[in-house]
Design a protein around this ligand. Structure first.
Ligand SMILES: Cc1cc2nc3c(=O)[nH]c(=O)nc-3n(C[C@H](O)[C@H](O)[C@H](O)COP(=O)(O)OP(=O)(O)OC[C@H]3O[C@@H](n4cnc5c(N)ncnc54)[C@H](O)[C@@H]3O)c2cc1C
Ligand code: FES
Ligand code: FES
Length: 1335
């Protein structure tokens, strides 16, 4: 180890300010440094593993050779500060701020409504900003590409892309493309001729400041001097545990490598960083040769190109692009294959950080590049003190054979990638859960060389990734095929042999075994077709082309820039100018979101004496704790205390929710104890030292099926019934029965659960800052846990970085856990869950099993339905009973089935307790309804839309629970959707497409929706507001609702502005708190605006009533004058407004009630294309018609609809939770749980707010927070429509299980064909699968 004395000063710049660190710690990431050391909290933590982009910053370096500054995006959570010597970092604070000047990127993101909760916004700003620094006038595709590494859970990306497109000169039509004018205003799409005028303009681009690249900060001259210094010397940075050494010559590097053979050579750090984080690896020494010129070059020869190992994957991409443009096409087949995969490998941040050398050496088994490099005969050029050597990538090195490995002292300097020869074809193939930024489920690099002028195989190579612990070669198969003709028989043998050679064991890590086996040969078939087509192009006379029907199988779905139109009612021209109601007002915090100045819980400045909390969670699903030994943890550095159930002074089990496990654990992920320490790193390190021993307890119930076997329930049965179901079944033409499984969903709010608890010195008071939807609930739990009256517990909530139901109940539990720690230690405690812990502990949407029996006539009329629902509630009550009630009540969706019985129960299992999630059971339950409607249609030989139409509510009716409603808006949405989406014409076009294409199929459906708002319990609709007018006329507005990104506060300001008749700028809204508005109910159920709006309105009206006599006396006076006069007259300028709530009720004994205040209706039409060979799908177009009644703020409402739709689409298609058979959640981060990215959104996206009346609600509006979620199921059913077309063509039954999500695996395996028939199947009783479904 180098000695302490040789520690150098680390120098870099942050936002133009020089940072010098005398004691730079190699283990510190830039994200921690920014947030915790220099207290810049604009850069956010979303995952800590490079997968979400919330921490994106711009890294600029000066290239002394090119005399140029290079700017690249990077995820700060994977950048060690020591790697930044000589770099200039720009964070969101450096781009612009409200205090100084906001940047056009920030302004446009905000004004285009590209922020909702705002947690992803700084990362989005940085990605667009970095792009603009390199390309001031980017193309729309460059913008879409730049955003590929940034996740947003709220907006659905459309407005974010749109804000970026405003910088593009190519974007010319419709607002989506930047002009603000709708390109289709004049055609049929326009509803201008209707009773009210429709608008499409959600923002005014005339307000935008122009982008002036000359105004950007200059690169620090000091760093240029440092970069150009000819006398650079080796630097060493020494931290408490680790040392970082930066050699400046190749010789120096080799010496270091010889001295510290076990030290990783840190290039991009993207592999090493993850190993440290997830595999607990520790390295005392890091060697960082990142700037060495010997590793940064491209050279070409007659044989090909050699590229320096230090080239980032983005630089590699640029180099290959250049070579492809320079060289003849036939030579660059390998380069083009690499380029295709480089476009979707991770996101731009990782591509700019990760290096070619790091990639080939770390040899991830999912590598997108190594299989192609191997198939293209690439070699790596290695050097050590002993000399140089070349290692072919198509040899044992790639497969990780120990004897072929690099020697510890060896360094890869470059990779040589030869040109292809004339009769040589190379291709890369891959399939991932989503198109971009997702590890491949299977990928492949394949190449074939033919005897000149023939189709006789001279050499064949096939490498597969993600099928084994390393990339593997099908070398035996390839050898056997040499000399064979490239024909169908060869293919058939190749498939058989490759399956024999590459065996994925049934219990293989990663699961999806049969699918992966199928993919191996499906990708091989694609390669076969590509080669046949290419042979045909080489010599059309000699080699026949592939059948026309097969051509579309050749290409992956392209990544294109989405576009669309949003339509909403224009504001009445007679409305007073000052009145903001009905206008698309920007989110009240949007600018702050975009500048990073919006404060989230973990952005709160440190509090004196503050401690950090790390959790120890159960690793068993159901077990007795036989011992808990915390002694080693207590002895760890920085540890102050370990907190267990014994430390809870009050109720450790409040309402059935256990804070700290005591004696027994009931799920994997249950909190057993927490460690409080001076830093989070110390707390986490110590938490690993807590020793727990268990004895398993029987039964361990994980799935719904197991719960049913054991009669394990959380609630009694809920039932509604109408008509006479049993006798109706006797009179129908046909009966079908079936089962639908709908898996769960992770909220994946971008801000993980965060709490700061501050014990007060007096009277046992406790102050909490929590990201929650329900501060009252936090107060309740903390009060119960501490045995302190609620009046002494103050819970503050400014905003949450997304919630979606996941912050209704869980923050109470976690808040109490945290408060107990604060109480015990007597110190403030900060408790911010890491992404993995958050996903493990807090659970999500309930998995559901639906069983149905449907009786119907041959014309599609459904006469009887008997449906049972079971949800997997997990281990404690949470809100499962309420969820099953909702499911039962909402289970008819839009259909009137005269004899209808629906029953439901919440199952108790040993999984973490599932909880509220947008839609509250409806999105799961209604899939079952749409599935049986689809099945009925298939039996009647009708389109599902015809059966929907036949059975849909048509006139004022009673629901199955006897509530009267008028479905007129449903009919309008349905009709307009069919018409405006040109459903029938496009359906026909899709059928034509399907006839012409065997391996790609299109599907198109329209899904109607009747969604009930609110809760069948009246008191849950009450709300209060407090409005204070100050003597300068400014107004402080407080209400009981929480700002979660939905724009609730913005709408409340609009309401107050209208009611008080003052500009919005007079009204301020600071936070939600149990101190100002007590006993507020949760902000959920799409009710936030409804109930709080009424309360705010009431408070404002009370105040206005008090001011009225003064106004009457001085009608021309100003607001400020009236306020001053009121004070003089001793009139109170503070008022509480109250809304008693909607009067709803439900009598479960009778199965009757006026359960909901009103309904929101909608219809969505989605069209998809599926790749039957891989299971990938592309969403081509979606049209949503949503009954918004009167929209208080169309921008926010459309934002909710689009965001919910994309979240729903994710739920129904690519989001898949994987549980081990023992109940452990395996998918615990963005790396293995895939929410939609910008590439998943519809290529064309049209949203229309349909006008109706809703006098019961404030300003006749409707709550739209959740309804869009279910509209996402139109994608699921469009996928099934496409799969049905494939199955029909293959002579298979068109009734097959319509489970959710329709992942690529499900799609591929449903498109049964010769390849699925060929794979080996395993007897399920002979192995334990890696993951199971729990629905
Ligand atoms: C969020 C995320 C998403 C990703 N998505 C994908 C994906 O979709 N597809 C895919 O293929 N990959 C993906 N990856 C993996 C990524 O490609 C690799 O992590 C990356 O290429 C490693 O390069 P690096 O420079 O960061 O390596 P480092 O982490 O710096 O080093 C990795 C290892 O290589 C050794 N090493 C590095 N350079 C040399 C050298 N010149 N000579 C000798 N040894 C060396 C180091 O000692 C170390 O052990 C993803 C990674 C992340 C973090
Ligand atoms: S926090 Fe860095 S990428 Fe997610
Ligand atoms: S606004 Fe993007 S995550 Fe909330």
């Amino acid at each position: 180890m180098p000695s302490a004395a040789d520690s150098d000063t680390l120098i870099f710049f942050v936002n133009g300010r020089k940072v010098t660190e005398e004691n730079a710690d190699p283990e510190m990431t830039l994200l921690s440094y920014l947030r915790k050391v220099i207290r810049m909290t604009g850069t956010k933590y979303g995952c800590g593993s490079g997968g979400c982009g919330a921490c994106t910053v711009m890294v600029s370096r000066y290239d002394p050779k090119k005399k140029k500054v290079h700017h690249s995006p990077a995820t700060a959570c994977l950048v060690p500060i020591c790697s930044l010597h000589g770099a200039a970092i720009t964070t969101v604070e450096g781009v612009g701020s409200i205090k100084k000047r906001i940047h056009p990127v920030q302004e446009r993101l905000a004004k285009c409504h590209g922020t909702q909760c705002g947690f992803c916004s700084p990362g989005m700003v940085m990605s667009i900003y970095t792009l603009l620094r390199n390309h001031p006038e980017p193309t729309p595709d460059q913008i879409t590409e730049a955003l590929g590494g940034n996740l947003c859970r709220c907006t659905g990306y459309r407005p974010i892309v749109e804000s970026g497109k405003t910088f593009s000169s190519e974007a010319t039509v419709c607002q989506m493309k930047g002009s603000g004018k709708c390109c289709l205003d004049s055609d049929d799409r326009s509803l201008v001729s209707r009773e009210e005028k429709m608008c499409t303009k959600l923002y005014n681009e005339d307000e935008f400041q122009p982008l002036d690249p000359s105004q950007e900060p200059i690169f620090p001259p000091e760093l240029i001097r440092m970069a150009e210094d000819p006398n650079k010397r080796r630097l060493t940075f020494r931290g408490p545990r680790a040392t970082w050494i930066m050699p400046v010559t190749l010789k120096g590097l080799l010496e270091l490598k010889a001295s510290y053979p076990k030290a990783p050579l840190v290039m991009g750090y993207t592999a090493v960083g993850l190993r440290i984080k997830f595999n607990d690896e520790f390295y005392p020494v890091f060697i960082s040769p990142l700037g060495l010129p010997e590793l940064h070059f491209v050279s070409t020869s007659d044989n090909g190109a050699t590229i320096g190992a230090g080239y980032s994957l983005a630089q590699l991409s640029d180099a290959l692009d250049f070579l492809v443009s320079e060289q003849p096409e036939e030579k660059t087949k390998t380069y083009r294959a690499l380029l295709k995969h480089l476009r979707t490998l991770a996101g731009p941040q990782i591509r700019n950080m990760a290096t070619l050398g790091g990639h080939v050496v770390s040899r991830p088994n999912f590598s997108d590049l190594n299989p192609i490099l191997a198939a293209g005969d690439a070699t790596i050029n290695v050097i050590s003190k002993e000399g140089e050597r070349q290692i072919p990538l198509n040899g044992p090195f790639l497969e990780g054979a120990p004897e072929a490995d690099l020697k510890p002292e060896e360094v890869v300097v470059s990779v040589s990638i030869p040109y292809c020869t004339k009769w040589h074809f190379v291709s890369g193939l891959r399939l991932a859960q989503r198109q971009e930024n997702a590890f491949a489920i299977v990928n492949a690099g394949m190449s074939v060389k033919f005897e000149e002028g023939t189709d006789t195989i001279k050499d064949l190579q096939m490498f597969f990734g993600s099928v084994a612990p390393t990339v593997v070669s099908a070398s035996r198969t390839c050898k056997q095929l040499v000399g064979r003709q490239w024909d169908d028989q060869m293919l058939s043998d190749a498939c058989q042999w490759v399956l024999e050679e590459i065996r994925i064991p049934p219990a293989a890590e990663g699961g999806m075994v049969e699918y992966r086996r199928t993919l191996i040969i499906s990708l091989l078939f694609k390669f076969y077709l590509k080669v046949r087509r290419w042979l045909n192009r080489m010599d059309p006379q000699k080699f026949p082309d592939i059948p026309e029907k097969f051509v579309s199988a050749l290409d992956d779905f392209p990544i294109e820039t989405p576009q669309g139109i949003q339509m909403f009612q224009c504001v009445d021209p007679n409305q007073p100018k000052q009145d903001p109601v009905g206008h698309p007002v920007m989110h009240q915090s949007a600018i702050k979101h975009a500048t990073g100045e919006a404060i989230f819980v973990d952005d709160l400045p440190p509090i004196d004496q503050e401690l950090f909390l790390a959790v120890v969670t159960s690793t068993r699903a159901h077990a007795k704790i036989t011992s808990l030994d915390v002694s080693e943890a207590l002895a760890c550095p920085g540890v102050v205390d370990v907190i267990t159930a014994e430390d809870v002074p009050g109720d450790n089990n409040h309402s059935g929710e256990v804070l700290y496990a005591h004696d027994e654990v009931i799920c994997v992920g249950q909190i057993v104890c927490t460690v409080a320490a001076d830093t989070y790193a110390h707390a986490k390190e110590a938490a690993k030292r807590v020793k727990l021993a268990y004895n398993d307890i029987d039964p361990e119930i994980i799935t719904i099926e197991e719960a049913l076997e054991h009669d394990s329930f959380l609630s009694s049965e809920k039932k509604i019934e109408q008509g006479n179901v049993d006798s109706a079944f006797k009179q129908v033409d046909q009966i079908i029965e079936g089962e639908i499984h709908v898996e769960g969903q992770e909220h994946f709010y971008m801000e993980t659960q965060s709490i700061v608890a501050i014990p007060q010195t007096e009277d046992k008071e406790m102050v909490l800052h929590v990201g929650t939807q329900f501060p009252t609930h936090v107060q309740e739990f903390v009060s119960a846990a501490l045995k302190v009256p609620r009046s002494r517990i103050a819970c503050h909530m400014k905003r949450a970085g997304g919630a979606f139901g996941g912050k209704v109940t869980k923050p109470a539990l976690l808040g109490a856990v945290c408060a107990v720690a604060a109480n015990k230690t007597g110190r403030p405690v900060r408790f911010v869950l890491e992404r993995g812990d958050d996903m493990l502990i807090t659970a999500g949407r309930h998995p559901l099993l639906g069983k149905y029996k449907i009786g119907f006539m041959n014309n599609g009329e459904i006469k009887a339905a008997d449906v049972e629902y079971y949800i997997n509630g997990g281990c404690t009550p949470d809100e499962s009973e309420l969820v099953i009630e909702f499911i039962v009540l909402k289970s008819e969706n839009a259909y009137n089935i005269p004899n209808f019985r629906c029953r439901g129960r919440a199952c108790k299992t040993n999984l973490p307790s599932n909880t509220a999630f947008r839609g509250f059971g409806f999105p799961q339950a209604t899939v079952v309804v749409e599935a049986y409607i689809t099945a009925v249609a298939a039996k009647c030989n009708l389109l599902p839309e015809e059966v929907k139409e036949i059975n849909m509510y048509k006139r004022t009716s009673k629901t199955a629970y006897k509530q009267t409603f008028n479905p007129e808006p449903l009919r309008r949405c349905w009709k307009e959707c069919l018409e405006k989406a040109s459903f029938y014409a496009r359906k026909q076009a899709a059928e034509e497409f399907n006839k012409k294409n065997y391996w790609k199929k299109r599907g198109l459906v329209v899904t109607p929706m009747k969604y009930s708002i609110g809760i069948p319990i009246a008191f849950y609709h009450q709300a209060a507001a407090l409005v204070n007018i100050y003597l300068d006329g400014s107004v402080l507005l407080t209400h009981g609702g929480c700002e979660l990104g939905q724009g609730l506060h913005t709408k409340m300001i609009q309401v107050a502005s209208r009611e008080l008749n003052i500009p919005q700028s007079y009204v301020h809204l600071s936070e939600t708190s149990t101190v100002t508005v007590p006993n507020a109910v949760f902000t959920a159920g799409s009710m936030g605006t409804d109930v709080n709006g009424k309360a705010v309105q009431n408070a404002c009206q009370i105040l206005l009533d008090r001011l009225r006599p003064i106004i009457r006396k001085n009608p021309k006076g100003k607001w400020e004058e009236w306020v001053a006069k009121a004070f003089e007259e001793s009139i109170s300028l503070s008022a509480t407004g109250y809304f008693k709530g909607y009067q709803t009720n439900m009598d479960w004994k009778k199965g009757e009630g006026d359960a909901y205040p009103y309904y929101v209706y909608g219809a969505a039409c989605s069209e998809v294309e599926v790749d039957c060979l891989t299971g990938a799908h592309k969403l081509l177009r979606t049209d949503i018609f949503m009954d918004a009644a009167f929209s208080i703020n169309p921008a926010l409402d459309i934002g909710q609809i689009e965001g919910a739709f994309i979240q729903g689409m994710g739920f129904y298609t690519i989001e898949e939770l994987k549980y081990s058979p023992g109940g452990m959640l395996r998918s615990r981060g963005p790396e293995d749980y895939k929410i939609p990215t910008v590439t998943e959104i519809p290529l064309e996206f049209y949203v229309t707010l349909v006008r109706s009346r809703n006098p019961i609600a404030i300003y006749s509006s409707k709550g739209l927070g959740e309804a869009g979620m279910f509209m996402g199921s139109s994608v699921l059913f469009a996928i099934y429509d496409a799969v049905t077309a494939a199955r029909r063509e293959r002579g298979l039954s068109d009734i097959f299980p319509l489970n959710s999500p329709a992942t690529p695996e499900v799609i591929r395996m449903a498109c049964t064909d010769q390849f699925t028939d060929m794979i080996p199947r395993d007897d399920p009783s002979t192995f334990t699968p890696w993951s199971i479904h729990v629905s």
